[in-house]
Structures are given as structure tokens and as C-alpha cells.
Design a protein around this ligand. Structure first.
Ligand SMILES: [Zn+2]
Length: 368
């Protein structure tokens, strides 16, 4: 469809979207508007950023990773999100918008609907990874967006003529994938709660799994969850040692006679413990949420917040306590969302070899 070199266009489009995702990642979980203020600003000195400071990747590099106004460091997360999104978009562009016959990489045939859908989906996954890592929350809007992308892709196929196939396979498999996602993740939450009396899975993860299933369909969802468990085990180990190292540092500082400044990780976690004793979610509430997620009440509720509040008992746009900056999670708090999202990204990018492996496995089962 396009010549091979155009992947670079995909890269820079993706990097620009990554720049927007940085705004989403900062503002959305803090309940701030995405459109007001219009201009991006430095969170430290509130300086409005000029166009030259808003070029993806390059601005950060040429400013040496510092704000032009106050010289405070700009977190590495900003260029990282731009680089990751740019890379993902370049790969998706390459796989679904470029067709050449003699190619080493498995090309799956030009499919603009898939390309656009996957690019939007990838962007939402990147946003989910970083809000979850930074603030332990995946905004409902992001999860709703993933689901709508999945269904939207199939509606686009219908509009573009492949009607019978889309009605027969597209929309039903998309909805089946969404149900598989809810079933697996909610199942872990429910049985974890039953067996260990603890919250085993965040609700954001359940809603994200629904979106993953809607886009990648049942088999893709299954592969994603398998990869997520592997990535989670690896990532959890890294996270554990990171948190342990930090804890030891705090302890060493205390032993050396230094006092923990208020607002430090230690003081904050102490406060949290004093305020609300840990109480796992009731099974009734889990069941009620299951019904709500299957019937898409959380997505409908974004348009009718009163309805959301009546059903789920909370305002979808109220993220109390989140973004009070420098909130540090405890050592046992490991978010599963990033692994889940990374598993979905890997499944999407490496679809050809992964689905080949799964098919081979089932073929081997069939033939004695
Ligand atoms: Zn500044």
C-alpha cells in the first residue's frame, strides 16, 4: 500500500501521539481536564511550553532533560513514552500498511482498518501502563476506549463492505473476546478473594482485559494473558528488589540517626495504615461489578456519571487522594496492569509467530 520507507512517518506520528499521551498520563488520573489549559506547562514552575519545547523526543534531548524555565529535570518518562509509542506505531505501520513481496518480516497484508485500530489500541495500552506504574490506577476512560476501538474496528469492516464476515465473525468474536477477558481476570479476583481473603486483582485490570479481548479476540486475549503472567513474574521480581532496596536505604538512614522527613515514603504509608485498616472487597460487591462490566455500565456511565455513581457507588471522575504526589506504594503492591498491557502489545506485534505456535500446539493435540 505504501512504500517501505514510510514507516518513519508512522514513527513520528506515534511519537507525537506519545507526547499527547504524556498529557493524558499526567492529567487524567488527577481529574484534570485534557483540554484546559490548552498549553502544556511545567508542573514545577507552571511555565507554558512553547512549540519548540514540544517537539517529541528532540526537545527533551536538546534541553538536556531540563525545563527551560526553572531547570528542574523533566522525568525520563516523557521521552520514553514518546519513543515507545513511536516505535509501536512504526511497527504496526510496517506490518499493516506496507506490502512488499520479498520481505524477511512476516507481513500480514495491508489492512488500514486494522492498522488504525491497532495504533489507537497501542496508544491506550501505553497510557494504561504508565498511569498504573505512576499512580496505581487505570482510568475508566482508557479502558472504555480500548473496548470501543475493538468494536469500532468491526463496525468499520461492516461499513467497508465485508458485511457478512463482520457480522458473522467480527462483532461476535470481539464481544466473545471481551467476555473471555472479564471471565479470566474477574475469576482471578473472585477466587483469590475466596481462597485468601484478599483483593487479588484490581478492577482496572478486569476492565482492561475486556478491552484487550474486544480488540485481539478470544485467542489473542488468551495469548496476552499467558504472556502477562510471565512478564508479571519477571517484572514483579525486579519491582520487589527495587522496593526492597529503597526500604533498606530508608532504614539505613534511620539507623544513621537521620529522621524520616514527613511526606517520605515511610511517613506516608504509616498515615495510610492509620487512617483505614485493610478490608478486602465483599463478594457481593465483586458480583455486582461483574454484572456491571458485562453490561458495560462503566462505559455507559462515563456519559451518565449519575448512573455510574448509583451503580458502582463512586464518581468515575473523582480520583481522591491520587496525585497528591510522591505517594509511594508498599513493598507488596505490585501492579498487574503493566504486565497485562505489555502482554497485549507483544501479542499484537508478534501475532504471526505466536498464533502459529498456538495453532501448531492444537494441531499436535489433534493428531495422535
Ligand atoms: Zn519549569
Amino acid at each position: 500500500m505504501f512504500p517501505v520507507w514510510t514507516w518513519i512517518v508512522g514513527f513520528w506520528l506515534g511519537a507525537a501521539i506519545g507526547s499527547f499521551l504524556n498529557v493524558v498520563i499526567y492529567r487524567m488520573p488527577r481529574g484534570l481536564s485534557l483540554s484546559e489549559p490548552k498549553n502544556s506547562f511545567c508542573p514545577k514552575c507552571k511555565k507554558q511550553l512553547t512549540p519548540i519545547e514540544l517537539i517529541p523526543l528532540l526537545s527533551w534531548v536538546f534541553q538536556g532533560g531540563k525545563c527551560k524555565g526553572c531547570q528542574s529535570p523533566i522525568p525520563f518518562r516523557y521521552p520514553l513514552v514518546e519513543l515507545i509509542t513511536g516505535t509501536l506505531w512504526a511497527v504496526i505501520w510496517y506490518q499493516h500498511l506496507i506490502v512488499s513481496t520479498n520481505d524477511l518480516v512476516a507481513i500480514q497484508g495491508a489492512d488500514p482498518i486494522k492498522a488504525v485500530g491497532y495504533m489507537l489500541f497501542a496508544a491506550a495500552l501505553v497510557a494504561a501502563i504508565f498511569t498504573d506504574l505512576a499512580l496505581f490506577v487505570i482510568p475508566d476512560q482508557i479502558n472504555a476506549f480500548m473496548f470501543l476501538v475493538g468494536v469500532g474496528m468491526n463496525v468499520a469492516y461492516i461499513v467497508n463492505g465485508n458485511e457478512s464476515a463482520a457480522w458473522l465473525w467480527g462483532i461476535p468474536s470481539s464481544l466473545a473476546g471481551a467476555l473471555v477477558g472479564i471471565a479470566v481476570l474477574w475469576g482471578i479476583a473472585f477466587f483469590g478473594r475466596l481462597a485468601f481473603g484478599k483483593d487479588a486483582m484490581g478492577h482496572g485490570d478486569i476492565k482492561m482485559a475486556r478491552g484487550i479481548g474486544a480488540v485481539l479476540l478470544p485467542m489473542g486475549a488468551g495469548i496476552s494473558f499467558g504472556l502477562a503472567v510471565i512478564l508479571g513474574a519477571l517484572g514483579g521480581g525486579v519491582f520487589y528488589f527495587y522496593a526492597k532496596g529503597r526500604e533498606q536505604k530508608i532504614e539505613a538512614a534511620k539507623a544513621a540517626g537521620g529522621k524520616c522527613e514527613p511526606g517520605s515514603a515511610e511517613a506516608k504509608s504509616q498515615e495510610v495504615e492509620d487512617e483505614e485498616p485493610y478490608e478486602p472487597e465483599s463478594l457481593g460487591s465483586l458480583l455486582k461489578c461483574l454484572v456491571g462490566y458485562v453490561l458495560l455500565f462503566d462505559i455507559i456511565g462515563l456519559f451518565f456519571p449519575k448512573f455510574y455513581e448509583n451503580y458502582f457507588g463512586e464518581n468515575p471522575f473523582d480520583f481522591e487522594g491520587i496525585g497528591d504526589d510522591e505517594w509511594e506504594p508498599g513493598i507488596t503492591t505490585i501492579p498487574f496492569g503493566p504486565s497485562l498491557a505489555a502482554g497485549a502489545l507483544a501479542t499484537m506485534i508478534f501475532w504471526a509467530p505466536l498464533s502459529g505456535m498456538v495453532n501448531q500446539y492444537f494441531d499436535a493435540l489433534k493428531s495422535p
